[in-house]
Write a protein that binds this ligand. Structure first.
Ligand code: SF4
Length: 747
């Protein structure tokens, strides 16, 4: 590692998809301040609390600095420091034994969201699993976005072909189940979402926010429309019904660029706005108004995110959204939705080489893989159900499934039965606290990088650009980057990276050469050189040359009329409006609608994010935990609170079919009556290594979600993490946070 010199350097944030350009000030070898990079070519001047305080999170005294091994059991279990050599040797021996005695598929990996914000981490993690010969990869995407991947593969031919709203030119934007002002955009890099949305209305456009809560986005921009959680699919069916009724189909574009339209009118015919209104609670007149605004705009877009994705019918809802954008002529249109160009035509490359296109099936439940990964919602079953391919060893990389996955209480019990659990992380998380081995990784500020996977390969940037960053800080103690860790694990497991000894040996030789030239960086791989290789093979020059563009290097803007007829990678090159699996599932929605009618009077639980939280790991900073009052709260509309006999500050028991949690109440008039909200990412009391987070009192909302083959969506493997039917009543005792929640039958 180069000497760290005091001064200010430019880099970019790798916590969320906004990838904000940052200026980092170093004094005495430590980061003392982070500010937004005012001159950044795309994100200029934007940054949020998480990004600007990340150095405090990463400088925690709790950071992992050397490999750990869990010894003892039960209450006597503790972690002991061991050497890298011992950790690799023992992990390798266990992996070899499990592979030999059972099956390569008995070794599994869970890939979390953090892995996706680095370039080398996901590539080397997948390379390791390919070497092991295991298909048992589970992804955090099945918590929040696999529906989009599954649908895109059917409709556009490749999972990562993801049209996005042309936010800067649209005349009508309808946002369903998304809150960009707090959560930013998903599958699109648009920094400063508040300004961009206000710009739409400032230039005379319309913005509708359809959400069960009058969110920060709804309050700041546009018009808000309530919708009952979990009923989005019926909203989209009625939207399409009404679009057809209003003559909103661009017949010429449909005929030229799509197939399957004939199946759409009969599908939506039964779903008039009047019929769905009692279930969605979206007034028929308001829906007609939205359709008219959408239809008459010169460029309009429907956009949805996690509130729809995680609501139980995410695949069907997203498919209908894409059909609406396509048949109305807004797909690939200025002000509508665009499909960006990455540095290569990755969809065509992926289809040609079978990347992210595997058709594996799960042992339990017969679910298809999405993006070459299986649903996290069946991981507990795969661990517990006997058989040759029963999961016995698990690597967790860049994730914390014991907080973020459905039915986390059951998953914790399943993890306890694993023969080998290895966690690569920067902090001793809840999942790490159960691991047999914990391997210390570097933080984003400690690694060089490119904004590569989403923005560069896939073009998911509103303002396209390239950028490179060096590591801002060196690793501390014995921390290692994930690429190096997987190279060593592959050797230890006798399972060469990518299944190739030639690749394994070449990388080891490269590392040896680098260590000889830069002994202070040994035994790390030369990450900048590897990143440079990626840039060169995609025709983007060298890493060093890109570094000269401190504030990023702009690429050509995305254009309309640049996708249809040119980059659709279905067999016939046309957008498939009616994939059989989706059509078939949509034709069977009547029972689900009847259930919604029956449950219309019950409470539905949604999640709610604060700007200081990010999935599961920001509560270990005292000012963030304190700012949230050291706990999450159950938010209720005052009318619902009165019905349940609850007042602000009371403790409530929230009961689903899966578990019960106990949490204090806050009143929130901005909620739709009949809807309660409980922020996710809490429940850290048992992660004793997190000295701040373990003192918080919040509960894990995902204890309430169902897992298993019956609990997840068949088309995409998504768990239902929002819109969960719940019962709320006054608590019978004090706040009690447990791994598994209170029993469901808690009185
Ligand atoms: S919005 Fe915040 S967390 Fe996301 S990239 Fe920007 S600074 Fe980082």
């Amino acid at each position: 590692m180069r000497d760290v010199q005091d001064g200010t350097v430019t880099t970019f944030c790798r916590i969320c998809e906004s990838l904000c350009g940052l200026e980092v000030t170093l004094e005495g070898g430590a980061v003392t301040r982070i500010r937004p990079d005012e001159q950044h070519v795309a994100t200029g001047g934007f940054g949020c609390a998480k990004g600007l305080k990340q150095h405090k999170l990463f400088a925690s005294p709790d950071r992992l600095t050397h490999p750990l091994k869990r010894v003892g059991s039960g209450d006597d279990a503790r972690f002991e420091r061991i050497s890298w050599e011992q950790a690799l040797r023992e992990i390798g021996a266990k992996v070899k034994r499990i592979r030999a005695d059972f099956s390569p598929d008995a070794i599994a990996m869970y890939v979390g969201t953090a892995a996706g914000f680095g370039t080398l981490h996901p590539i080397f993690a997948q390379g390791f699993m390919t070497g092991v010969g295991s298909k048992s990869v589970y992804s955090s995407a099945t918590q929040d976005c696999s529906n989009k991947f599954a649908v895109a593969r059917e409709v556009y031919g490749f999972p990562f072909t993801q049209p996005f709203p042309d936010v800067d030119r649209t005349e009508c934007l309808i946002v369903v189940g998304a809150n960009p002002v707090v959560s930013k955009w998903s599958f699109l890099q648009v920094p400063n979402p508040l300004k961009r949305l206000r710009d739409v209305t400032a230039r005379g456009g319309r913005v509708y926010v359809v959400d069960p809560r009058r969110t920060e986005t709804a309050r700041a921009t546009g018009e808000h429309v309530f919708i009952r959680p979990g009923t989005d699919v019926f909203f989209f069916l009625s939207f399409l019904h009404e679009l057809l009724a209003q003559g909103g189909v661009d017949a010429a574009r449909v005929a030229r660029f799509t197939t399957g339209f004939a199946a759409i009118p009969p599908l939506v015919e039964p779903w008039s706005p009047e019929r769905t209104e009692p279930v969605t609670r979206v007034p028929a007149a308001k829906l007609r108004e939205m359709v008219a605004a959408y239809r008459t705009a010169r460029g309009a877009a429907l956009y949805s995110s996690t509130g729809v994705n995680m609501g139980g019918h995410g695949s069907l809802a997203f498919w209908l959204q894409e059909v609406i954008n396509a048949v109305s002529g807004n797909l690939d249109r200025e002000g509508g939705t665009l499909v960006g160009r990455g540095v290569i035509d990755f969809p065509r490359f992926g289809v040609k080489h079978g990347i992210l296109m595997r058709d594996d099936r799960t042992r339990i439940g017969d679910f298809g893989s999405v993006n070459d990964a299986f649903p996290g919602g069946i991981l507990a079953d795969e661990i517990e159900a006997p058989g040759e391919k029963q999961v016995r060893g698990l690597f967790v990389t860049g994730g914390n499934p014991l907080i973020t996955m459905a039915n986390a209480g059951r998953l914790k019990r399943a993890f306890a039965g694993l023969e080998l659990l290895v966690v690569l992380d920067i902090l001793p998380t809840e999942t790490a606290s159960l691991a047999h081995y914990v391997l210390p990784a570097t933080s984003p500020l400690q690694r060089p990088d490119l904004p590569f996977i989403f923005p560069l390969m896939l073009g998911l940037q509103a303002k396209p650009y390239l950028q490179a960053t060096r590591a801002v800080l060196p690793p501390a103690g014995e921390q290692r980057d994930e690429a190096t860790i997987y190279l060593d694990l592959a050797r230890a497991c006798d399972a060469p990276l990518f299944g190739s000894w030639a690749v394994q040996r070449a990388l080891e030789a490269l590392r040896a050469w680098h260590g000889w030239r830069h002994p202070e960086e040994a035994p790390a791989l030369p990450q900048e050189r590897l990143l440079s290789g990626l840039l060169r093979v995609t025709g983007q020059g060298s890493f060093r040359a890109l570094l000269a563009h401190r504030h990023g290097k702009r690429r050509d803007d995305h254009r309309a009329d640049d996708f249809l007829g040119q980059r659709v990678v279905t067999r016939d090159g046309k957008v498939n409006l009616a994939p059989p699996a989706l059509l078939d599932a949509a034709a069977k929605l009547e029972p689900a609608f009847a259930r919604e009618e029956r449950e219309a009077g019950g409470l539905r639980l949604i999640t709610k994010r604060a700007v200081t939280t990010h999935n599961s790991w920001t509560h270990n900073l005292e000012e963030f935990a304190e700012g949230a009052g050291w706990t999450n709260h159950l938010y209720l509309h005052p009318d619902d609170a009165a019905k349940a006999g609850l007042a602000e500050g009371d403790l409530a028991d929230v009961r689903s079919a899966t578990a019960t949690v106990r949490v204090p109440v806050k009143l929130l008039p901005e909620l739709m009556p009949g809807v309660v909200a409980l922020p996710h990412g809490w429940g850290h009391q048992h992660a004793k290594g997190l000295s701040v987070a373990s003192r918080t009192r919040g509960v894990n909302v995902n204890l309430l979600a169902a897992d298993g083959p019956e609990g997840i969506e068949r088309l995409s493997g998504m768990a239902r993490l929002t819109g969960i039917p719940v019962d709320v009543r006054k608590a019978a005792g004090p706040q009690a946070a447990t791994w598994s929640g209170l029993p469901p039958e808690t009185p």
